[in-house]
Design a binder for this molecule. Structure first.
Ligand code: CP
Length: 320
């Protein structure tokens, strides 16, 4: 495949290939020299029209660890503020010889528009578009779950994953529902009715309005950021009411099975969807998810651009 726009682009075999390749990349990250020569001479452009900390930095780290040249573009401070279009921005990047463009955009569908235009010839990776999708986040979440939860064959089939909160505005939720469904996990969304999207009944998951009813049967609970910047304040419950019904605090965490993990894609609203006590507890994988994001993004860039070369060469035989 040439692009990664949606988690739905991935068959089960594709997803497992990315996850297994990311395991190899993670082993490289543990070596004293973390770099591979695989993408030497290739250029990766990080094209960010919307703010990001984790995704932007980890794509940059991933490309650099594969020895690619990296160009970081932020819409703030660029000619986008003078009205330059996505097309003209893309043509400029194409002129610079981009082999891959990693794009984050506030408009749902922008990465698809870029990928299936004739503006650029390289691969396009969706790094989060509006309220639509964030496929590499779902991959790093699945990678993190596999490390904590999966049994023989690192299989997530039958694992029960609860995703809680502002599903309406969450590209992370949509990509996770799609990918976890492909991997055979059972997903339950928990949210107030006003924070669920129209048509959610057609998504491949269950829906509940009662967090306390599902905690005891969850293998992982993923808390979503409440995206107040995308909301009409009139439709939003008070902060206190929201955390009382849908926030994860120490008491609710204690209702989870012993093996269950708490996940959050970040950035977190501490005190809103998650208390500081839970965010800082050893059961919360938020920081580990960021670390795993580098391995996943290395795997994605390698598989899109790396061709047939092995990602990680076998260690040299020991001298005798
Ligand atoms: N999880 C995530 O996408 O974080 P950033 O917005 O900081 O990239």
């Amino acid at each position: 495949k040439r692009h990664l726009i949606s988690a739905a682009d991935l068959t089960r075999d594709d997803a497992l290939l990315v996850l297994d390749t990311a395991e190899e990349m993670a082993r490289v990250a543990d070596r004293p020299i973390k770099k591979l020569p695989t993408l030497r001479g290739r250029t990766v452009v990080n094209l960010f029209f919307e703010d990001s900390t984790r995704t932007r930095i980890s794509f940059e780290a991933a490309a650099k660890r594969l020895s690619a040249d990296v160009i970081n573009f932020s819409a703030k401070g660029s000619s986008v503020s003078k009205g330059e279009s996505l097309k003209d921005t893309a043509l400029t990047l194409e002129a610079m010889g981009a082999d891959a463009v990693v794009i984050r955009h506030h408009m749902s569908g922008a990465p698809h528009r870029l990928a299936y235009s004739d503006w650029i010839g390289g691969s396009v990776v969706n790094a989060g578009d509006g309220t639509h999708e964030h496929p590499t986040q779902a991959l790093l979440d699945a990678f993190t779950m596999r490390r904590h939860l999966s049994g023989p064959g690192r299989d997530l089939a039958g694992r029960r994953i609860t995703i809680v909160g502002d599903v309406l505005h969450s590209r992370v939720a949509r990509s996770n529902v799609l990918l976890l469904g492909t991997l055979g996990a059972e997903v339950t969304l928990v949210a107030p009715p006003t924070l669920l999207p129209i048509g959610v009944e057609d998504w491949p998951c269950e829906v509940s309005y009662d967090l306390d009813a599902v905690l005891a049967k969850s293998d992982a609970v993923m808390m979503l950021r409440v995206q107040r910047e995308r909301m009409n304040a009139a439709f939003f419950p008070t902060e206190r009411e929201y955390s009382r019904r849908y926030g994860l605090d120490g008491l609710r965490m204690a209702a989870l099975p012993e093996h269950a993990v708490v996940m959050h894609p970040g950035p977190m609203n501490r005190g809103m969807e998650i208390t500081a006590e839970v965010a800082d507890s050893p059961r919360c994988t938020a920081v580990e998810q960021v670390k795993n994001g580098v391995s996943i993004r290395m795997a994605v860039l390698y598989l899109l651009l790396g061709g047939a070369e092995p990602a990680v060469s076998a260690p040299a035989p020991a001298r005798t």
